[in-house]
Design a protein around this ligand. Sequence first.
Ligand SMILES: NC(=O)c1ccc[n+]([C@@H]2O[C@H](COP(=O)([O-])OP(=O)(O)OC[C@H]3O[C@@H](n4cnc5c(N)ncnc54)[C@H](O)[C@@H]3O)[C@@H](O)[C@H]2O)c1
Length: 321
Amino acid sequence: MQTVLITGGAGFIGSHLAERLLREGLRVRVLDNLDPFYAVGMKRANLAEVAAAGPDRFEFLEGDLRDPAACRRAVAGCDAVVHLAALAGVRPSIEEPARYWDVNLVGTQVLLQQIEGRDAALVFGSSSSVYGGNRKVPFAEDDPVDRPISPYAATKRAGELLCHAWHHLRGNPVTCLRFFTVYGPRQRPEMAIHQFARLITDGAELPFFGDGSSRRDYTYVDDVIAGVRAALARRAEFAIYNLGGAATTSLAELVQHLERELGRPAKLRRLPDQPGDVPVTFADVGRAARDLGYRCSTVLAQGLARFCAWYQRSKREGRVP
Ligand SMILES: NC(=O)c1ccc[n+]([C@@H]2O[C@H](COP(=O)([O-])OP(=O)(O)OC[C@H]3O[C@@H](n4cnc5c(N)ncnc54)[C@H](O)[C@@H]3O)[C@@H](O)[C@H]2O)c1
């Protein structure tokens, strides 16, 4: 039976992946330091749901990626590692760039060193932010990615480069997956969809940056998980894939969708564009479709309905702020 280590598995994407792999009958180990970037209670709740999917095949190690001993324990006996632990988010990275560098780069390097000598494949959670202010849409994997516009984006691109150097030297299979704004149940509370749902529900003002025309490619979490699963199965030598929704939605349209779904109007507080934010993200998923059989099967309206149902239930039960 395969054992998969998921770093950051107490978080949003990692907990969905852990659940999916346990349901398939695999062994799953999670390494996560329960970083307080957002409510630790949400992460503990995620872990409880994950454990219920396969209690006898699930192991949680509370530990820090930057600690070689914790990584050594975590990788022991693993056939594959999905590396999702990171400080995420563009705007906070502008406030604390050194901390982002430390966790996302030093942490990744420590983990890679502990995998050395094992026949484990690595999947690295990268980001659409590596495309920076790229105006050529949709973004394809061979587009230039040497102009990141936030410290977070720079750490994600540098992470891909670290992974490539490691693959070249050690030979382990590596797949870097560039996620495009992932949403769904358990989404991080500071991300736009979750934050907007909370503000609309509470009747509070919603910070609306720019003129509402900035566009994002939103990807439902189950589609991303299917892509990660396919990457694990394929064990490419070295590959980079976009995992996106392959469609764009403006900020103004997103707010309208949420207003409809939650049955309440949003109170907009109009603000100038934010530094570090890109005007558009849009994934070309042709390569992932060809090699991984990837397909974005959840359209935004459907995914938002599922997110809002989860949000409203979690709010009633006091599990989200
Ligand atoms: N959610 C998205 O839209 C999105 C988009 C692009 C890329 N990504 C990437 O995907 C990954 C997962 O994102 P997410 O949205 O699930 O974020 P998340 O914050 O919910 O999950 C990340 C997890 O990493 C853990 N972590 C942080 N620092 C750690 C450390 N030093 N040691 C061990 N664990 C640590 C956190 O406690 C958290 O549980 C991240 O690498 C992120 O950069 C996410």
